[in-house]
Design a binder for this molecule. Structure first.
Ligand code: NI
Length: 136
């Protein structure tokens, strides 16, 4: 019997969408105001979903306290109140779009969570724009 447990959290971060192999004009054409050189911020909402068998002894898929701690230590400490382009190693060579941020968070968490479980990351960049990533 399977269930999905979900943990919702959030972080604030700055970014800039910019492809260094393009001229500024093309960056502006593709990314618009998101490519402005001095960065801008978002209040990201993050939902992490873990699907697996309910353990008959605990009644849990996984202990939500553990999931909370894993997200705090491996994602929030790394992303919250940072400039993603400048401060976060994974975005030195990767444009920090919501798609790439969600995929990066998924890869970080995948290593920390029981491999028998299915993992999905949902990242809201705004209330209306969000991306879901469940692995390659
Ligand atoms: Ni943005």
């Amino acid at each position: 019997m399977k269930a999905t447990v979900c943990r919702k959290t959030h972080f604030n971060a700055a970014h800039r969408l910019y492809n260094p192999t393009w001229q500024d004009a093309k960056n502006e054409e593709v990314f618009g105001v998101c490519s402005r050189p001095n960065y801008h911020g978002h209040n990201y909402d993050l939902v992490v979903k873990v699907t697996g068998e309910i353990n008959p002894e605990t009644g849990y898929v996984m202990d939500m306290k553990n999931l909370k701690t894993i997200i705090e230590n491996s994602v929030l400490k790394k992303f919250d109140h940072y400039n993603l382009n400048v401060d976060v190693e994974e975005f030195k060579n990767q444009i920090p779009t919501a798609e790439n941020i969600a995929a990066t968070i998924w890869k970080i968490l995948k290593e920390k969570i029981n491999p028998d479980f299915d993992l999905t990351v949902v990242l809201y960049e705004t209330e209306r724009n969000f991306v879901e990533f469940s692995g390659e």
